[in-house]
Write a new protein. Structure first.
Length: 82
């Protein structure tokens, strides 16, 4: 049975890495999804990272869901949106 992938509202800004991180729950596993601030700006224009993420959250979660379904996690279990 295919379980839904859930995205809890717990996104956070990682200053050191300059990325927005957000969790995903898939088949009982917890994954971390991330997108760099530079990637957000390249896609959506200039702006603060968390504001850009919030404004485009649904599209980004949809992209993350596709990556998770295609098992595109890195060695640390992170899913990177480019």
């Amino acid at each position: 049975m295919n379980q839904a992938i859930q995205f809890p509202d717990r996104e956070e800004w990682d200053e050191a890495g300059q990325v927005v991180c957000f969790p995903a729950l898939a088949q009982g596993l917890s994954l971390t999804c991330a997108i760099r601030h530079s990637a957000l700006q390249a896609r959506f224009g200039k702006g603060e990272a968390m504001a850009l993420f919030s404004a485009h959250r649904w599209d980004l979660e949809e992209e993350a869901e596709k990556l998770i379904r295609n098992e595109q996690e890195d060695a640390q279990g992170w899913v990177w949106l480019s």
